[in-house]
Unconditional design. Structure first.
Length: 304
C-alpha cells in the first residue's frame, strides 16, 4: 500500500466523484481510477460503489477512510518536521471558513476577525505554506464533522454545539436581531418576543448553520412553531427577501440595517452566536497548522 494510493482514495471519498478527486490531486482521472483499482485488488475488496451519477463509499471504504487520513496526516507531520529542521514552515493547511466572517469594513456582515488579512500576513511570513480553504453549504455542522473526522485541520464556526472530538477556541460573538421591512406591523417596535412572532413567515438559513440551530432551538423550547418557506445562503439574499416583503428574518444588526428595514432586539432570548476556531481535540497538528492557530487566536485577542 502506497501513500499515493491513500491520497487518491481520500480525495475521491471527500470530493464525492472520481472527477473531483482527480481535479484535487491534479492527476488525470484515468490514473486516479487505475490507482484505486490497484488498491482495491491489494485489499481484496471494493472501496467505492460506482454508479453513473455518483460515487459512494462501501462499508470497507468507510472503515478505511479514517485510517487513511491518519496515515496521510502522519506523513505530512514527518515532512513538516524535516522542513522545519531545514528552516521555514511548509505544508498544506485545510481550513473551513464562514462567508460572513472576515469581511472588509464597509460591507454588510459582522467583522469578528479579518481572516483574509490574517492569512495574508501569515503567507508573507511563511510563503511555503499552502492553504486549501473550504466553505460549507451545510454550515458549521459540516465543518465540525470534518474537523472531527480529519477532513479539515481547523475551521471557523458559528455554533452553540460542543461536539465530541473537537476543541473550540472562542473568538467572539455576533448578536442576531429581528429584521423586517419598514411597512411591517412590528417595524416601529422597540423590542419583540418570540410570542410576537408566532404567526410570521420567516426567511432563514439552511439546516446545519449555527444561527439556524440557535433560532430553531429557542422557538422549540418556547413551544412555538415556525413557518420557514424561504432559505437563503447568505445575508444579502436573506435581506433582499425581507426588504421585498416576503418574510422576516434574524440577522446581525450590521447586515440588516438599510433604509427599507427595521432592526429590532429580541427581548426574551439571548441570540448571541458564539464564533470560534474548531480544531481536533485529540489529533496532533502540523507545525504550520499550529502556527496558523496561534496567529488567528492572537488576532482575536488583539481585536477584543
Amino acid at each position: 500500500m502506497e501513500l499515493r494510493q491513500l491520497e487518491y482514495f481520500v480525495a475521491v471519498a471527500e470530493e464525492g466523484t472520481f472527477t473531483g478527486g482527480a481535479r484535487r490531486v491534479r492527476v488525470a482521472q484515468s490514473a486516479v481510477s487505475a490507482t484505486i483499482r490497484k488498491l482495491e485488488r491489494e485489499l481484496g475488496t471494493a472501496l467505492f460503489a460506482r454508479e453513473p451519477q455518483a460515487t459512494s463509499l462501501t462499508d470497507a471504504g468507510q472503515a478505511l477512510l479514517p485510517e487513511a487520513r491518519a496515515v496521510l496526516d502522519s506523513a505530512v507531520r514527518a515532512r513538516d518536521t524535516v522542513a522545519q529542521a531545514r528552516g521555514g514552515l511548509r505544508g498544506t493547511i485545510r481550513m473551513g471558513t464562514l462567508s460572513p466572517i472576515g469581511t472588509r469594513e464597509g460591507l454588510a456582515g459582522p467583522l469578528v476577525i479579518d481572516l483574509p488579512a490574517i492569512l495574508g500576513r501569515f503567507h508573507a511570513t511563511h510563503p511555503l505554506v499552502e492553504f486549501r480553504l473550504r466553505g460549507a453549504s451545510s454550515g458549521s455542522a459540516s465543518h465540525l464533522a470534518d474537523v472531527a473526522a480529519g477532513a479539515l485541520d481547523l475551521a471557523m464556526v458559528g455554533t452553540i454545539e460542543r461536539p465530541p472530538g473537537v476543541r473550540l477556541h472562542p473568538i467572539g460573538s455576533v448578536r442576531w436581531c429581528f429584521v423586517c421591512a419598514q411597512g411591517h406591523p412590528l417595524a416601529d417596535a422597540r423590542s419583540v418576543t418570540l410570542d410576537d412572532l408566532r404567526d410570521e413567515t420567516f426567511v432563514d438559513f439552511p439546516l446545519g448553520w449555527g444561527n439556524r440551530t440557535m433560532v430553531d432551538r429557542a422557538f422549540a423550547i418556547a413551544g412555538i412553531g415556525r413557518n420557514v418557506p424561504f432559505e437563503a445562503a447568505d445575508h444579502g439574499s436573506a435581506l433582499g427577501l425581507v426588504r421585498n416583503g416576503l418574510g422576516v428574518a434574524f440577522l446581525p444588526r450590521s447586515a440588516g440595517e438599510t433604509p427599507d428595514t427595521s432592526v429590532i432586539e429580541v427581548a426574551d432570548v439571548n441570540f448571541d452566536l458564539s464564533i470560534g476556531l474548531a480544531t481536533p481535540a485529540h489529533r496532533p497538528q502540523s507545525a504550520a497548522t499550529a502556527a496558523l492557530i496561534h496567529a488567528v487566536l492572537g488576532a482575536a485577542r488583539s481585536s477584543a
